[in-house]
Design a protein around this ligand. Structure first.
Ligand SMILES: C[S@@+](CC[C@H](N)C(=O)[O-])C[C@H]1O[C@@H](n2cnc3c(N)ncnc32)[C@H](O)[C@@H]1O
Length: 210
């Protein structure tokens, strides 16, 4: 990996060591009023071996389908420790792996599907195609990736509010609203199976097919 890319990954790892202390509390209103309704949509109907990548504190775990083998993976051991506790509290055996999306420690064609919620607003644009190529490598042919991602609203007031919040969001979570994830999907060789707004005009769902 290039030195510069390593530095960006290391920055995010250190950022999330700190952010893990308050992630769930700070994110609670967004989870409650926005994401909670969206997450089940991604998971329903999935089966087999699934990668929850950039899983954070395990917010998706509530919706992991029964009888699936879900690998809960993230760059940050501290975020994953919270995910582990959450998954155990749900009465499920956790399968936790510390993993970097840029260099996944899984064999080729290992997974039937990948779910990645709000990882791509955190990953810098220049690293996204590389991460998506890695995901494509570990997916079975025809396997799907489901991504939730923020974009700037077209509503002038909402957009202004997002612009005002952007420095805070980037400082706390490393996240931005102006990533070009759809372009990187195509660069990485995914077919775009679906792309639609799922919350107001601020949260996009991407479904890519390997
Ligand atoms: C905004 S949080 C989203 C967490 C969770 N998916 C959710 O929906 O609440 C972004 C997560 O991506 C992880 N992350 C950042 N860079 C990563 C990388 N290169 N590989 C894997 N995970 C990464 C962070 O550690 C963090 O847990």
């Amino acid at each position: 990996m290039k030195q510069n890319d390593l530095a960006k990954t290391e920055y995010l790892r250190r950022l999330y060591r700190r952010t893990s202390l308050f992630y769930d509390v700070l994110d609670w209103p967004f989870e409650h009023f926005r994401y909670k309704r969206l997450r089940p949509e991604l998971w329903k109907g999935l089966s087999g071996r699934i990668l929850d990548l950039g899983a954070g504190t395990g917010r998706n775990a509530f919706y992991y389908p029964k009888d699936t083998d879900v690998v809960t993976a993230d760059l940050s051991p501290e975020m994953l420790e919270r995910a582990r506790r959450r998954i155990e509290a749900l009465g499920r055996k956790p399968h936790i792996v510390v993993a970097d999306a840029l260099n996944l420690c899984f064999k080729d064609h290992d997974f039937d599907a990948c779910v990645s919620t709000f990882l791509f607003c955190v990953l810098p644009d220049e690293l996204q195609a590389r991460a998506l190529k890695e995901i494509k490598r570990v997916l079975k042919p025809g396997g799907k990736i489901f991504v939730l991602e923020y974009v700037y609203s077209r509503n002038p007031w909402r957009r202004l509010w997002m612009k005002l919040m952007a420095p805070l969001v980037e400082g706390l979570f490393g996240a931005r609203f102006d990533r070009n994830t759809d372009q990187h999907f195509l660069e990485a060789g995914f077919k775009m199976a679906e792309k639609r707004l799922v919350f107001s005009d601020m949260i996009l769902l991407f479904v890519g097919e390997a």
